[in-house]
Design a protein around this ligand. Structure first.
Ligand code: ADP
Length: 623
């Protein structure tokens, strides 16, 4: 029979697995049990609506068998099973699991760490076995298959006999070598210890024949011993979220997070909650500290796992999380959700809404308290997911803004640190009319904008908006605690600039002259009320800012979205006055000045100038 090759990326990970001197080989058991449990979940769920399954909740189980003589460890489940395609797709490739992609993106990361941090799934079996066989029959299928592999050189699949639905994974445990010991995985005590350590919460009994010596009946006075073998359930079956918080260690919560959600970061926050009321439920939620690698792709699925009385009824229940908290991971368990409800009906269930609402409040409060009590963690969280919160503010016509506004942070002229809006507000003086902000590509470029000068000179704080979403966010908020947001681009900043120099006398004439010289390249030319030491600036009129223009043009280059350009002249500036002098005497030269002012203002605003070489020639002609 021809051997099939593993898909190339699988083969490489497999090599890595087989050859790594990995100190935590023992996790293979957790991975196999977790696969078995998932498979049982699937059939258990089907059994709720499909009588043909012929099994009820109590019938589901996972069996472990040790055959010491033949060095076999066998993990058997009566779950959904696999057909031929499943075997090829699931056990022939590992591309779908996060670990490999993470590995690719972080090439320099230590191999050993990767294996330790991830659930590496089925392949981890090869850390302890030199041959793995999977005998499986899928629910609803007539034939069974035997998948077999001795590692990196490929695998075979052939038809086989199996009476019942489910999967039997047989590991041929490696021989001990001088440095590596594998025989421990053939010891009952060791296996039962591993089950309790890693898989205690699995909601189905994990059963193994345990041999122990026992006092013979009737010999209590003068004990005689005999050896008995009895099937024992090794796990307590209490899910981690059902255990009292004080009995669960931080490490256990973290391990659960990593293995359940394929995560590799230490969560920024672990939230446990137990609610009794209209709907009674327990939830265990995690706020990640790192953006998942697929967060901004279609593959990322928002949602929480939904359980009802210990049965997983939905892998990703989207309705439980608002979009702005889509980074949250976790489980919700409530006996109030009826089991035999179809998934579609469940989606419209008002109970779900109730749970979703209380969870949203809870998450928000936890974030707010993190901001208050553990600023450093919050700032790093905000660096990862702040953009998501801002999207939350602008989405749904600003419906969530009151909920989210106090979670925002911005850079500002107040220093290197991020500030909240409340903190800005608190620093505001009596006379300051507005909360000022300026948009641009970097803090450095914003802080040098001519139009920012009057605000900064006045000693007022300026919010630096460097993300494309920032300006929409502030526009949606409109105000904070009674103070409106005001862009430094707007005509009226509510500040009278201090003028030492008298303005040019023929102001109106100058403005009209420049307007005529520039034609429809600008929509307005005005005498600036805010420029101090700079001669010109370009501001955007009519609601679309230059940052929005850049943003939209990047998204849809053909749409030709353009902000209205308003050229502001500082009538007190010597360069502007020099131009004013020329008007009527040397109009040609005055026009050149106007042209230079226009191009300068574009450059400062970070906008492309229409013809750089013409501009250079123009400047040279005046030199
Ligand atoms: P993961 O569990 O992270 O998806 P694995 O490599 O552990 O990755 O398993 C790959 C896939 O193989 C699983 O998603 C599942 O579809 C299938 N599988 C593994 N073990 C079993 C099993 N005991 N019963 C049914 N399907 C299984």
């Amino acid at each position: 029979m021809a051997k099939k090759q593993f898909k190339s990326e699988s083969k490489r990970l497999l090599d890595l697995m087989i050859n790594s001197i990995y100190t935590h080989k023992e996790i293979f058991l957790r991975e196999l049990i977790s696969n078995a449990s998932d498979a049982v979940d699937k059939l258990c769920f089907l059994s709720l609506t499909d009588d043909k399954v012929g099994l009820s909740r109590e019938d589901f189980r996972i069996n472990l068998t040790i055959d010491k003589e033949n060095r076999l460890l066998i993990v058997e489940d009566n779950g959904i099973g696999m057909d031929k395609d499943d075997l090829d797709n699931n056990l022939g490739t590992i591309a779908s699991s996060g670990s490999y992609r993470f590995k690719q993106e972080n090439e320099k990361t230590d191999d050993v760490d990767i294996i330790g941090q991830f659930g590496v799934g089925f392949y981890s079996a090869f850390m302890v076995a030199d041959k793995v066989e999977v005998l499986t029959r899928k629910y609803g299928a007539d034939s069974a298959y035997l998948w077999s592999s001795s590692g990196a050189d490929g695998y075979t699949v052939k038809e086989a006999e199996k009476d019942s639905v489910g999967t039997v994974v047989t590991l041929h445990i490696k021989e001990d070598t001088e440095n590596e010991h594998y025989s421990e995985f053939l010891e009952q005590y060791r296996i039962s210890e591993l089950v309790r350590k890693y898989s205690d919460y699995i909601r189905y009994p994990i059963i193994m024949d345990m041999t122990r010596s026992k006092v013979k009946e009737g010999t209590e006075e003068k004990p005689e011993y005999e050896t008995v073998t009895e099937a024992e359930t090794l796990n307590s079956m209490i899910p981690i979220w059902q255990r009292p918080k004080k009995d669960v260690t931080e490490q256990e919560y973290e391990d659960f997070y990593k293995s359940k959600f394929m995560a590799f970061d230490k969560p920024a926050k672990i939230i446990t909650t137990s609610v009794e009321g209209v709907v009674t439920y327990k939830a265990l939620l995690y706020i990640p500290s790192k953006t998942p690698y697929d967060y901004y792709t279609k593959e990322y699925k928002k949602g929480l796992q939904l359980y009802s009385s210990g049965v997983l009824i939905m892998e990703n229940c989207e309705e439980l999380l608002p979009e702005h908290f889509r980074f949250v991971k976790g489980v919700v368990d409530s006996q109030d959700f009826s089991l035999n409800i179809s998934r579609e009906v469940l989606q419209h269930d008002h109970q779900l809404k109730t749970v979703a609402n209380t969870l949203e409040k809870k998450i928000k409060n936890e974030l707010a308290s993190m901001l208050k009590k553990d600023r450093e963690t919050y700032e790093s969280f905000f660096g990862e997911f702040g953009r998501q919160l801002k999207y939350g503010i602008v989405s749904d016509y600003g419906m969530h803004k009151d909920n989210l506004k106090d979670l925002l942070m911005f850079n500002s002229s107040n220093g290197d640190k991020l500030t909240t809006l409340a903190e800005y507000r608190e620093r505001m003086s009596e006379e300051q009319k507005y909360i000022y902000f300026a948009t641009g590509e970097s803090i450095a470029s914003i802080s040098k904008l001519p139009q920012a000068e009057v605000v900064l000179n006045k000693g007022y704080e300026l919010l630096y908006c460097t993300q494309d979403i920032d300006e929409f966010t502030l526009q949606t908020l409109a105000e904070y605690d009674g103070k409106q947001f005001r862009s430094v681009d707007s005509d009226d900043l509510g500040i009278e600039p201090e003028q030492n120099e008298p303005a040019a006398e023929n102001s109106d004439e100058v403005l009209k002259f420049v307007r005529d010289a520039l034609g429809d390249r600008v929509s307005e030319v005005v005498a600036s009320k805010k420029l101090v030491s700079h001669p010109v600036c370009m501001t955007a009129k009519g609601g679309i800012s230059f940052e929005m223009e850049k943003y939209f043009n990047a998204m849809q280059p053909d749409a030709g979205m353009k902000a209205q350009r308003c050229l502001e002249l500082n009538m007190n500036h010597s360069a502007v006055k020099a131009m004013a002098e020329l008007i009527g005497k040397d109009d040609e030269k005055a026009k050149k000045y106007a042209e230079i002012f226009y191009n300068q203002s574009l450059l400062i605003a970070g906008l492309p100038i229409e013809n750089p070489s013409d501009y250079a020639d123009l400047v040279c002609s005046l030199m």
